[in-house]
Design a protein around this ligand. Structure first.
Ligand code: APR
Ligand code: ZN
Ligand code: ZN
Length: 359
């Protein structure tokens, strides 16, 4: 991306060899996530020029000095929030909140400083340390997780953001709500992953709200027990009717203040709504104060599913390889890198499931 708002350009860039602690990866697949779109339209700021893409998987080609956890030929998932392993968040089981990762998120460089990409001698920036809308990328060693060769690349790619974010909020935020009611607002890649997680742990009912009937049909295919088209029905009233008093848990996977408010109203007393959708940098939320106090409702944020990636990605892969997670059915349209702008058009025009770019 050369500048915000302009279509993405597919151009040849120079890629340096990996420095100490870094890895060069041949990207095989990358997911189309709404977060990239937030950067494209500069809801969220980043330095330009930049290579977008933060959900991907591929094969390690080359490792820099000191890298021992992967070697050439390994299949890896790229992750977008590297962690140091030493700070108070890393050592207490919340590596997504790592202090180092939070700093890294804003500077559009690799962990060890600088960029490894350039065009005509000018630096090109990295998005979230990944930049996988490309045939190859150089990333920090902290940004790759080795996976079994038999995992298909498209599935591996979407695990790196949508799946771990959506399943993570159910597993970690809600603590695996078997037998409890879960409302998921937004049936995009992240929301549908929450559906898969809620179904896998035995939540009931699993209610999904969206404005698109085809997306709701996909949600039912993946495990939703009830769906609400909020163009036709009031969200909170429908949820109160289905659950007989409100949902135990909610996830808002769109990033709209109004739907976050509705998710809170849809809760039962003591219920908790998790917000995973990003919005523009200035967005604020407004929730009914008396429901928060008199019904003890909570609103919580969840970053990257509040996951411990190095523990939970292997667990998700084991469940998938054992046939317990319908991740193949989550994959939507497939595009080539040359079609990257079409892929984003489809994201904003009702694509079903998670679209992927295959390189
Ligand atoms: N009411 C209900 N559903 C809506 C509404 C609305 N007013 N507006 C949009 N939606 C639905 C869309 O139809 C779509 O199914 O929300 C879904 C959003 O999905 P995607 O665009 O595919 O977004 P996704 O990649 O899943 O990301 C969701 O999480 O990580 C963040 O930045 C990301 O904010 C984004 C959110
Ligand atoms: Zn994402
Ligand atoms: Zn840390």
């Amino acid at each position: 991306m050369n500048q915000a708002g302009a279509p993405l350009a597919v151009v040849d860039l120079d890629l340096q060899a990996p420095g100490p602690g870094e890895v060069r990866v041949r990207v095989n697949a990358a997911g189309i996530c709404h977060s990239d779109y937030h950067y494209m339209v500069q809801d969220l700021a980043c330095r330009t020029p930049i290579v977008l893409g933060h959900e991907g998987a591929g094969i390690v080609q080359e490792v820099g000095a000191g890298v021992t956890h992967v070697r050439p030929g390994d299949k890896v998932i790229l992750t977008w929030r590297p962690s140091c392993g030493r700070c108070e968040y890393c050592t207490s089981g919340s590596p997504a909140l790592c202090r180092l990762g939070a700093v890294h998120a804003t500077h559009n460089e690799l962990l060890r400083g600088g960029t490894r990409l350039s065009h005509d001698g000018q630096p090109v920036h990295h998005l979230m340390g990944v930049s996988c809308y490309a045939e190859e990328c150089v990333v920090s060693g902290e940004s790759v997780i080795k996976i079994p060769q038999e995992v298909p690349v498209a599935v591996a790619a979407i695990i790196g953001c949508a799946v771990i974010t959506g399943m993570g909020v159910v597993l970690n935020g809600m603590g695996g709500p078997a037998g409890e009611s879960v409302l998921i607002v937004g049936a995009g890649g992240v929301g549908l992953s929450a559906v898969i997680g809620a179904a896998a742990v035995g939540a009931y009912p699993v209610i999904v709200a969206d404005i698109d009937d085809e997306k709701l049909a996909k949600a039912r295919e993946l495990g939703a027990t009830h769906t609400i088209n909020t163009r036709e029905h009031d969200l909170a009233a429908s949820v109160h009717e289905i659950t007989g008093g409100g949902a135990h848990w909610a996830v808002e996977a769109i990033g709209r203040p109004q739907t976050i408010r509705e998710a809170v109203v849809a809760l039962r007393p003591r219920g908790t709504a998790f917000v995973v959708g990003l919005s523009n940098a200035e967005a604020e939320i407004n929730v009914p104060l008396n429901q928060v106090v008199q019904q003890e409702k909570s609103v919580r944020g969840s970053l990257y599913g509040s996951s411990n990636l190095s523990v939970q990605i292997p667990q998700i892969l084991d469940m998938y390889l054992a046939g317990r997670l319908p991740l193949d059915a989550l994959i939507g349209e497939k595009f080539s890198l040359a079609q990257i702008n079409e892929a984003f058009d489809s994201l904003t025009n009702g694509n079903i499931g998670r679209s992927v770019v295959l390189m």
